[in-house]
Design a protein around this ligand. Structure first.
Ligand SMILES: [Mn+2]
Length: 289
């Protein structure tokens, strides 16, 4: 597969990417996978659109008071996946994540659908074990045992994480959609905070401090009024400002891996969802550099 040179070569990289993998401490990987989307597909085009619009925002972040010019991250392009082959694709993602972690670099993955987070979290969990906590922003619980009989579905992403990671290590925020079974399961297993993100996250920071934290961000946690470019929009979400402020709270934590998923450009009026994603990715790079 070869993150260093063998991934698909793209015309556009995320702004300020360094020239080589070797000099980077953070490695960005695009995962153009949307085969298990339950409603509208298209997230496979997300990574490239986010890169494209990143050129339109500043390298300096007022939230982080740092500039990408002072950071060392490498955009390794998109993984080359066999379209439609879920198992093989998950293997390729896991291999890529493993390579980055073995090289002691920070994995930053851009989906694609939410299922792509599972193999990345798995490799990060292999490194940190039960010390690792998961912070999950999403409109959806993603706790289904399976979706129409398929355990590997984007609707089951967090449930698949619980196959290997203790459910009590998982902190969910902004959840406003799921089956009754998912909410019953969450009550007894995960730390789920419904509807809101900022206030419950602020109240949870002390519990999250001092531990390695993986952050998975499904862009549909944001209200479709602010982020309509996604496959399963769910009205009633947070504003883009609340998301940015919430990400800012994570400064106090030891973030060891990150992914942003479910941006679907063909539904994205004025690229507003992709712009929001690019801004969040910039700030995460600046936060963890
Ligand atoms: Mn979701």
């Amino acid at each position: 597969m070869g993150l260093k040179d063998g991934s698909i070569t793209l015309p556009t990289k995320f702004m300020s990417s360094t020239d080589t993998y070797e000099e980077a401490s953070i490695v960005l990987v695009g995962v153009p996978m949307d085969f298990t989307c339950s409603f509208r597909p298209g997230t496979r085009f997300g990574p490239q659109k986010i890169r494209e619009v990143s050129i339109g925002i500043e390298e300096y972040s007022i939230y982080m008071d740092r500039s990408l010019n002072d950071s060392f991250f490498y955009d390794s392009g998109d993984l080359d996946l066999p379209i439609g082959n879920v198992e093989k694709s998950l293997e390729i993602i896991e291999e890529a994540a493993g390579e980055i972690i073995n090289d002691k670099k920070f994995p930053l993955f851009i989906g694609g659908e939410h299922l792509i987070s599972v193999p990345v979290i798995k490799k990060v969990y292999e490194k940190y074990g039960d010390e690792l906590l998961l912070v999950h922003f999403d409109a959806h619980a993603d706790l289904r045992c399976d979706y129409l009989g398929c355990p590997n579905s984007h609707a089951s992403a967090i449930r698949r994480v619980i196959d290997f990671m203790p459910s009590k290590n998982i902190f969910q925020f902004g959840i406003r959609s799921g089956t009754k079974e998912e909410f019953d399961f969450a009550r007894n297993n995960t730390n789920m905070h419904t509807l809101e993100v900022f206030e419950p996250l602020k109240a949870s920071i002390e519990k999250l401090k001092g531990r390695p934290v993986y952050f998975t961000l499904d862009i549909d946690v944001v209200d479709p009024a602010y982020a309509n470019g996604t496959g399963t929009p769910e009205p009633g979400g947070v504003s883009s400002n609340e998301l940015i402020k919430s990400v800012n709270l994570l400064k106090e934590l030891n973030i060891v891996g990150f992914d942003l998923v479910e941006v679907s450009p063909h539904y994205d009026l004025s690229d507003r969802t992709a712009f929001l994603a690019a801004k969040i990715i910039r700030d995460i790079i600046l936060m963890v550099r």
